[in-house]
Structure formats: C-alpha cells, structure tokens
Design a protein around this ligand. Structure first.
Ligand SMILES: [Zn+2]
Length: 194
C-alpha cells in the first residue's frame, strides 16, 4: 500500500457528499492492452473535488488514491478483475468485477471505496419505488423475457439461442437507456437527500 497517493493532486477533498461515478466506457479498449495509467478527476461547481489514479492492464483495473484527510487519511490500492462476455459481430463486452459482491458491472461508485450500485444500496426497490423512470417497466419486462435476474444491479442476460441478434440488440438498447435514466434518478435523489 505504501508510496501511493502522495501529493495534492490525488487527495480526496472533504466534500465526499456524493458518489463519484467511474464508468468503464470512459476507458478506450486499447488502453488496457497498453497498460495505460492516468488520473481521473471529478469536479463540482468548477472545483476539483476528487482525484484517483488508474492503472489498466488486459485483465485488471487498479485504482490508487488517498481517501480522507488529516488523521483519517488512508492510501487505497485496489485491483479489480475484468470479465468479458461475447457480443454481436464477435466483439466482447467488458465488465468490472465488484470487489465486494463479485457481480459484473460497468459502473462503479466511489465513496471511500469504489463499489457497484448494489453494494451502495442504490438499487433496492424501496429506493426507486416512487421514482418515475420512463421505460423502466418495459426494460424490466424485456430482461425477464430473456431470463435475466430482476434488478438493475445484474447484467443484461446473454442472447438466448434462436433469437435474432437484431432483436436482442434492440432489447439491449432499450434496457440500457432505461438503466441510464434510472441511474440519473437514483443519483439525483442521493445527492439531494444530503
Ligand atoms: Zn458490489
């Protein structure tokens, strides 16, 4: 753990009153093959509020940063495994494996640690029961139809045998669009409740 996160540039600010979103799609695929490292920052109101360092490799994503300040300062160094599932035209969809629950996810939320939405309890039905998200019921129905697990914490199911890719991709698009709206609603709710 030592030797990481020194200097001002990668210190968490005190204002960790909202999660910092880390989306796998932020990284270009070739960055993983090239073992690229870099820094990611989050701003609010024009001020930098958090910064972390990332280190990519073909099989994993490592995050290093300093959490907290003063006596509570702590160096964090975590390596996340990646997973790959086939998609149309022979490509692979990439996933991050959450270190707490081992679920596949595309987005991690950072407080002290970066974890999936499920681990930060941003997915319990009671939390979105009263949030109106356009397209959500349709998206859940589609997922159910494909035999996927209910709830947005779980990945969209693989294409069933016999289903046309075109149909599958349409379902997938509808699902991810609804998921995106859901995410915005959840995040908005979280931020405003603080
Ligand atoms: Zn998790």
């Amino acid at each position: 753990m030592g030797g990481l996160g020194s200097g001002n540039n990668n210190r968490w600010a005190n204002k960790t009153d909202a999660f910092h979103k880390l989306d796998l799609s932020t990284f270009k695929r070739e960055w993983f093959a090239r073992y690229r490292s870099g820094a990611m920052t989050w701003s609010r109101g024009g001020h930098k509020i958090a910064s972390i360092n990332y280190h990519l490799s073909p099989q994993s994503m490592r995050l290093t940063y300093v959490s907290g300040s003063g006596d509570n300062k702590q160096s964090i160094d975590e390596r996340f495994d990646l997973a790959f599932t086939p998609q149309h035209f022979g490509g692979l969809r990439w996933w991050i494996i959450c270190k707490s629950c081992q679920r596949r996810c595309r987005v991690l939320y950072g407080a002290k640690l970066f974890r999936c939405r499920q681990c930060y309890e941003l997915t319990y039905p009671s939390q979105y029961e009263f949030i109106r998200v356009p397209g959500l019921p349709i998206a859940e129905t589609l997922k159910d139809k494909l035999g996927g697990e209910a709830g947005f914490a779980y990945p969209f199911p693989d294409k069933p045998k016999g289903m046309h890719w075109k149909t599958y991709q349409r379902y997938e698009r509808v699902y991810y669009e609804a998921e995106e709206r859901m995410e915005m609603a959840l995040m908005g709710r979280f931020v405003s409740s603080n």
